[in-house]
Design a protein. Structure first.
Length: 468
């Protein structure tokens, strides 16, 4: 299941995320504004319909949400009307899945609350797909919807999201599971207890198809709403990182195992209840490990994470005798932005600069935040001239960027014509370790500042002046 992960933002923009289906959640970026937030607005549960956080979203977001929900509900009602009536076996299986899901949710409530409210995340994987996906394989649609309702009702107490987010997420879960069920049954599955030889392979293929449908519905439905809520949507912000998608694939795989156990040997489903509790803990530990290495404001590597990655890249470069350079990027007169527009606007600028650095550099380069308004980029397989040109592209990209944010009173503003001073240190000319390269790049930054800013300086050499 997918839902939108929490990003903290003050008033007037909504603080919560748009939930997705299967297992993801996501939230918008922070914004400026000193206006006080009343409790009802903060939680998204104002009694007055006009004050609901839903109406503060972009118009395209609201339109897609309402139309999408109307279509999804229509599909679910129609599918339920044509679904066969549950028999006793279906009811027993439903009760087993409901019991397993309840044990899982109740024993991991605190862990889940921490996962959902920790730092800046793009996509959050909800591990209840372990229970909902097997329902898509073995239960009729009315019981699938009932199980989703039961799971989501219990998740409400740890999700802490505005009602429209939570409702969208719940409908997304039900739509994904019901669509996967319709696709699976249309392929003509056989009784798992009577399979033989190649029939096992064929049936496995059908389960894989159902899993792909389950995931595809989430990607289209949830990814679209997340993208519409973002001013600058990217593939990663809408669909999640590689780690997010691997975690979701494992969760769906565990759901398939749960379905097989439920049909072949129902009592063994109790094992999956234990497995999911442990799995939830492992997912939290993985997120904690990621958070330790990530800067919560920009989503880039922090100094610890950057140093670890840079050291690994450096060792590879030394072994292969390849070139390597460290770029230190210092934003010029950053304090003026905070003083003029407010600190939330300054945060928006830092986030946008982080995005630009990711766009300009290559996937193998190591990008991080050094601290304050300073960033670091380790560029591999380059010589001094190539490293300089990379720094020039960064300088030019930042100076021509138009960054949309809000001023101190919440008014829309666009920040332009901002400059950077960049120092470049190349291995082995300017240092034979990461620390030596950092010191050399830092000294080059100071020289660039002294020479008038908005320029790239190469450590220990005649300066390359920026072209104005």
């Amino acid at each position: 299941m997918r839902v939108a992960g929490p990003k903290r933002r003050p008033y007037p923009r909504p603080p919560a995320a748009v939930p997705a289906n299967g297992a993801r959640e996501r939230a918008p970026a922070p914004s400026a504004g000193p206006a006080p937030v009343v409790p009802a607005q903060r939680s998204g549960h104002s009694r007055r319909p006009r004050e609901w956080l839903l109406w503060q979203r972009p118009k395209r977001f609201i339109a897609f949400l309402l139309v999408g929900e109307a279509i999804a509900i229509t599909v679910l009602i129609t599918a339920t009307a044509y679904s066969p009536r549950p028999d006793l076996t279906d009811v027993v299986r439903f009760l087993i899945l409901a019991a397993g899901a309840t044990i899982h949710i109740q024993l991991t409530r605190r862990q889940e609350a921490r996962r959902r409210n920790r730092g800046l995340r793009g996509v959050l994987i909800d591990l209840t797909a372990v229970w909902i996906f097997p329902a898509a394989l073995v239960l009729p649609i009315p019981l699938i919807i009932a199980l989703v309702a039961l799971v989501r009702a219990q998740r409400w107490f740890s999700a802490r999201r505005p009602a429209h987010n939570f409702l969208f997420s719940s409908i997304s879960h039900a739509l994904a599971a019901s669509t996967a069920h319709l696709a699976y049954t249309a392929l003509g599955p056989r009784d798992w207890g009577l399979l033989d030889g190649w029939q096992f392979v064929v049936e496995f293929g059908l389960i894989v198809v159902a899993a792909l449908v389950y995931e595809a519905v989430q990607i289209v439905y949830v990814g679209s709403i997340i993208a519409l809520n973002s001013a600058r949507p990217t593939m990663q912000s809408s669909l999640g990182t590689k780690a997010d998608n691997v975690l979701e694939a494992v969760t769906i795989g565990l759901g398939a195992v749960t379905a097989i156990l439920l049909v072949i040997m129902p009592p063994t489903v109790a094992i999956m209840a234990v497995v999911t509790v442990v799995f939830n803990r492992l997912a939290e530990l993985d997120q904690l490990q990621s958070d330790v290495r990530t800067d919560p404001k920009t989503g880039l590597l922090n100094m610890r994470g950057w140093t670890e990655s840079a050291q690994r890249t450096f060792r590879r470069a030394v072994r292969s005798e390849a070139g390597l350079a460290v770029l230190m990027i210092d934003f010029d007169h950053f304090k003026e932005i905070n003083d003029t527009y407010g600190h939330p606007a300054g945060d928006d600028v830092l986030r946008r600069v982080a995005e630009l650095l990711t766009e300009v550099t290559r996937p193998g380069d190591v990008v991080g935040r050094f601290g304050g308004e300073e960033f670091l980029v380790l560029v591999s397989d380059v010589d001094a001239l190539q490293a300089y040109h990379t720094a020039e592209r960064i300088r030019h990209r930042v100076s021509t960027a138009a960054i949309s944010t809000r001023g101190k009173r919440g008014e829309p503003v666009t920040i332009t014509d901002r400059t950077t001073s960049i120092g470049v240190a190349v291995y082995p000319q300017h240092g034979r370790s990461i620390d030596e390269l950092l010191h050399a790049a830092d000294a080059a930054v100071y020289l660039a500042k002294e020479q008038g800013r908005d320029q790239v300086r190469l450590a220990g050499e005649t300066p390359f002046r920026a072209r104005h």
